[in-house]
Design a protein. Structure first.
Length: 265
């Protein structure tokens, strides 16, 4: 069942925010960078102890004034900006009678699109369409614009996490939140959140997307190589543990923004 999040705001804060053109503009003036140090988790797998490491996570919302929602999300040196526009009246070619159309535009650092970029764009569109309550906005369009600032590994997971933060910032109703973790097989070891050099040296790369509500896998994208079933099962198990740190970061980031909101009064 869909759910709603209700935030209670002090009325004095709303009155003060009204002095700006929009309430979101007031929040933009108060936005700040939220970051957490590199994370590590120890798990038991196949009677062996394994350490799962994630690079430093950073996020800043409301950085684009003309967008309905935006976020810069970084995993280590990988940095992505996501902007959300809409819901707005859809163009005739993409209009859907009973639901909103979700459009994703993926822009690389050089402004060009490769076949791999097109594949990534389609995966992002399918994933976001699945979680957005599109039936709430028939005949409209919701656009998600992705701009890559730097690709230092685990790009797809960073893009998906940035998109979620931007959708939340825009107030788009979601069925549930998702979190994404990239895993690589490097010399028979599972490496979470691999760097670019690790991706080049690895045998295979998988990006796994989880539903925060049930922790079920809702999407998997293979960027390189083939994976045997036992190894695949271990990747999903490892990624499911690692994604908890991503969900924890979402919570920290939202709490920081709510603290800034309360400071408006």
């Amino acid at each position: 069942m869909p759910f709603c999040i209700v935030i209670l705001v002090d009325p004095h804060a709303l009155c003060e925010a009204a002095s700006c053109n929009t309430f979101s503009e007031k929040l933009k003036l108060k936005s700040e960078l939220v970051e957490v140090a590199p994370l590590s988790v120890i798990i038991e797998m196949d009677n062996e102890t394994q350490v799962i490491c994630l690079r430093k996570l950073k996020c800043k919302q409301n950085l684009l004034h003309n967008a309905d929602g935006s976020a810069r999300f970084s995993q280590g040196d990988t940095s992505v900006i996501a902007a959300v526009y809409g819901p707005v009246q859809a163009k005739a070619r993409m209009e859907k009678v009973k639901e909103a159309a979700v459009e994703v535009i993926f822009k690389d650092t050089n402004g060009l699109q490769s076949c791999e970029d097109k594949k990534m764009e389609q995966f992002i569109r399918n994933t976001c369409t699945e979680i957005i309550l599109t039936e709430s906005y028939p005949r409209t369009a919701i656009s998600i614009i992705i701009q890559i600032e730097n690709d230092a590994g685990s790009l797809l997971s960073c893009v998906l996490n940035a998109s979620i933060m931007a959708l939340m910032n825009a107030g788009i109703p979601l069925k549930y939140l998702i979190g994404s973790v990239c895993c690589a097989i490097v010399e028979e070891d599972i490496v979470c959140d691999p760097t670019k050099s690790q991706e080049i040296a690895c045998q295979s790369v998988l990006t796994v997307v989880f539903d925060k509500k049930t922790r079920n896998v809702i999407g998997i994208s293979s960027q390189l190589g083939n994976v045997k079933i036992p190894v695949f099962q271990n990747i999903v198990k490892t990624a499911r543990v690692a994604v908890e740190k991503v969900f924890d970061f979402y919570k920290i980031s939202v709490q920081k923004n709510l603290e800034k909101l309360n400071n408006l009064q």
